[in-house]
Write a new protein. Structure first.
Length: 153
């Protein structure tokens, strides 16, 4: 009869080995989760547009209905690169982060670095949000409203 002798590892070495394996496993799991891109971003609204810019906006009051916000002065939109915009800026489109298209009125300055645009909201919620403007579609019809909106937020 042959007996195999089992070499027993001392208890302290066994504990150290288990701890080392556990720490190594946790390190691998941690690196995996840290490498994930957790930044949420709205999906592209329409592939026909070549460019998109996110604009943070804030409503410091309660929710308002049927109001517009104005992009002017420091918030003005730069449409001076007419290789990216239609000459009448008619390819501008504005959307919520959920992809809902927002009506807009081109107030002044197309083809300049200080283009003033009014963007209308059926409901302008309280707090912070991001809206997007798209441009760079040479074949789309002008999307600007024919007349300005009545109530500024």
């Amino acid at each position: 009869m042959m007996f195999r002798s089992r070499v027993k590892m001392p208890k302290q070495k066994r504990i150290i080995s288990i701890l080392a394996i556990t720490l190594f496993s946790l390190l691998i799991v941690g690196v995996f989760f840290l490498s994930l891109d957790t930044a949420a971003q709205a999906g592209w609204w329409n592939d026909g547009w070549g460019y998109r810019v996110g604009v943070p906006v804030t409503n410091n009051t309660t929710a308002e209905n049927n109001v517009y916000i104005s992009f002017e002065s420091g918030d003005a939109i730069d449409t001076s690169d007419l290789t990216k915009f239609q000459s009448d800026c008619g390819d501008l489109r504005f959307t919520t982060s959920g992809g809902v298209e927002l009506p807009y009125y081109l107030a002044s300055g197309c083809g300049t670095s200080t283009t003033v645009v009014h963007v209308n909201f059926d409901t302008f919620p309280a707090g912070d949000m991001v809206i997007y403007y798209y441009y760079g579609n040479a074949s789309v019809e002008n999307g600007s409203e024919a007349s300005d909106f009545s109530t500024e937020a």
